[in-house]
Design a protein. Structure first.
Lengths: 202, 379
């Protein structure tokens, strides 16, 4: 899934992170983001990744990575042991996203989460006009083989954070190469036109 | 065999070594072997710690047994630990029988072989003895240290006792404290040796014999534990050994029996029974957290060494869970740690065999660490 992601997303995440911090990348894939953060921002990176081939790629690049499942193995990281924890486009794939999110907030002083936005207008129109589960560039799988169990919109995640009293520091919407700041007063329109939402919370 | 042993590389460790049991040894031999060349900057040295029945002959041909070195799959020209590029060092552990001080050596006090007079040694004693070798070779900081099984245990101890003596470390299929199951299996091996009447309370050397039957059974126990249930089933199943049907006897009808007998009796040719007692005891006593009042995290405090822990999915001797516990402790101490679980049916033995995913991971890590180490030294 991660290799289909927009490169723009990594740039936005990198810009959100201060230099010389400690960052855990949960579901770090082949280490592309970690590599960027280490080389460009001198960030002390760590990765958690399930797939053995991806783990090998990270090790090949000299990036520290732990093979494991984020759903069940986040307990190994001590409280507040990282400045930031990054979770890129994976929240919707967990059995229990709320539990994972709680763990991320326990481990990191702040958390960056990106989600494919189910409220994006193309997604909405596909369901509305064709009556079928949407298949798009950011959501390339069909209903029967998608890893996404809990699809949500940018607005959903906003409400979720409010409900659970999780502090939202910043939200950025991404559409192709364009990014924009999402606030409460432009939430409706941004929820319609962003393919991806990137949340800085905690 | 003894004449051959005189020709192997040895240093004499003059500095007294106070053992964990309270006794002190000094002026003792430590046998070792090296492969490849140490470069001018002395930044390409890799120390390998051997397992229970291993020795210093990691690669090439073992000059004592004339068989292949025990880790030829991983060490040699063009291999994962490429001896065209790296300088690979391995020492025989004290308590062993390949030239380092062990129970078959002469006790200067009695002028007879030690036998059970040999002091009980620990994993920490083993690595303290080996530090002298690095001093002898003039290596201040190793590029990497690695080892599987007991070798991995020595490595964890080495990193804890001599912090930052290695730039990177790869403990493979090991544990930070020996489990009840592993102590039990070691006890089985020891009891097999001690139940052999030839053993004679460890004094068999007086008659110039070996408790071969007991030692062979001890090795068979080991061999079963190194394989996985699935691997064993696939390799042997119920296949018969060069016969069409059961013999209705207690000869080795099954291939698996024949394999165990062969492994058992090949082992007695190259290993000393008392050494097995001493080394297995050292493994059983190994509990790194005990040295830090129960806190394994403390054992790794302030480590700058970059760790890669590797476990094998079908290893029931040193399980993935035990290896992950090391990762958790390293994480909690803030160390730089990577971890990979290699999926294979080959059990604990995987680290010695052609397991491509494992060898690839090993190579990737060492090569990337070499680049980092060179850069760090340049700065």
């Amino acid at each position: 899934m991660r290799n289909l992601k927009m490169k723009k997303e990594f740039k936005v995440i990198a810009d959100l992170l201060p230099n010389n911090t400690r960052v855990l990348d949960v579901g770090c894939g082949d280490g592309s983001l970690m590599d960027l953060l280490y080389k460009k921002k001198n960030i002390e990176v760590r990765g958690l990744e399930l797939d053995q081939i991806n783990v090998q790629q990270c090790i090949h690049k000299g990036l520290p990575v732990i093979q494991g499942n984020a759903e069940t193995e986040l307990h190994q990281f001590p409280n507040q042991s990282f400045d930031y924890v990054v979770l890129s486009q994976t929240l919707q794939a967990f059995y229990n996203p709320e539990k994972v999110l709680r763990e991320l907030l326990r481990i990191g002083k702040s958390v960056i989460i990106s989600i494919p936005n189910f409220g994006y207008w193309k997604v909405r129109t596909k369901l509305l006009f064709f009556g079928k589960m949407p298949v798009t560039k950011t959501l390339p799988n069909t209903w029967y083989n998608t890893p996404n169990l809990h699809m949500c919109t940018i607005k959903d995640l906003f409400s979720f954070c409010d409900e659970k009293k999780i502090k939202i520091q910043k939200v950025i919407g991404v559409n192709e190469d364009k990014t924009s700041l999402i606030k409460r007063n432009n939430l409706e329109i941004k929820n319609l036109f962003s393919k991806l939402g990137i949340f800085l919370i905690g | 065999m003894n004449r051959k042993l005189e020709n192997i590389k040895k240093i004499k460790v003059e500095k007294p070594l106070k053992l964990d049991c309270g006794k002190t040894i000094n002026n003792f031999p430590l046998a070792y072997e090296t492969y490849g060349k140490l470069n001018k900057n002395k930044d390409n040295a890799i120390l390998v710690f051997h397992a229970l029945t291993g020795d210093q002959f990691v690669s090439g041909t073992n000059p004592i047994t004339n068989k292949e070195g025990w880790w030829v799959t991983a060490v040699g020209p063009g291999k994962a630990l490429d001896t065209n590029k790296y300088f690979v060092i391995c020492a025989n552990v004290i308590g062993g029988c390949m030239g380092s001080l062990g129970p078959k050596d002469i006790n200067p006090e009695t002028k007879q072989p030690y036998g059970l007079e040999f002091p009980v040694i620990t994993i920490r004693d083993m690595v303290r003895a080996q530090e002298s070798l690095l001093d002898h070779l003039g290596i201040k900081k190793l590029l990497c240290a690695t080892g599987g099984s007991m070798g991995g245990m020595q490595l964890l101890q080495f990193c804890s006792t001599f912090p930052n003596r290695c730039f990177s470390a790869i403990p493979i299929a090991c544990s930070s404290s020996h489990s009840a199951q592993n102590i039990a299996l070691n006890e089985l091996a020891r009891q097999a040796i001690m139940a052999d009447p030839v053993w004679d309370k460890g004094k068999y050397f007086l008659k110039d014999v070996q408790p071969k039957n007991g030692l062979a059974v001890a090795r068979m126990v080991g061999h079963i534990s190194y394989l996985s249930e699935k691997g064993m089933q696939e390799k042997f199943g119920r296949k018969l050994q060069e016969k069409a049907d059961y013999e209705f006897s207690f000869n080795a009808d099954f291939q698996v029996e024949s394999y165990l007998r062969h492994q058992g009796f090949a082992f007695v040719e190259r290993f000393d029974a008392n050494s097995v007692l001493y080394i297995t005891r050292a493994m059983d006593y190994f509990d790194l957290s005990k040295q830090f009042k129960g806190g394994l995290v403390e054992a790794f405090k302030g480590q700058k060494t970059k760790f890669l822990i590797i476990s094998f999915s079908s290893d029931w001797l040193y399980t993935t869970k035990e290896n992950k516990d090391i990762v958790i402790a390293l994480n909690a101490s803030g160390a730089d740690v990577s971890y990979s679980e290699i999926f294979t049916d080959k059990g604990h033995d995987s680290f010695l065999l052609q397991v491509p995913d494992f060898l690839k991971t090993l190579k990737s890590f060492v090569d990337s660490m070499y680049e980092k180490f060179k850069n760090e030294k340049r700065i």
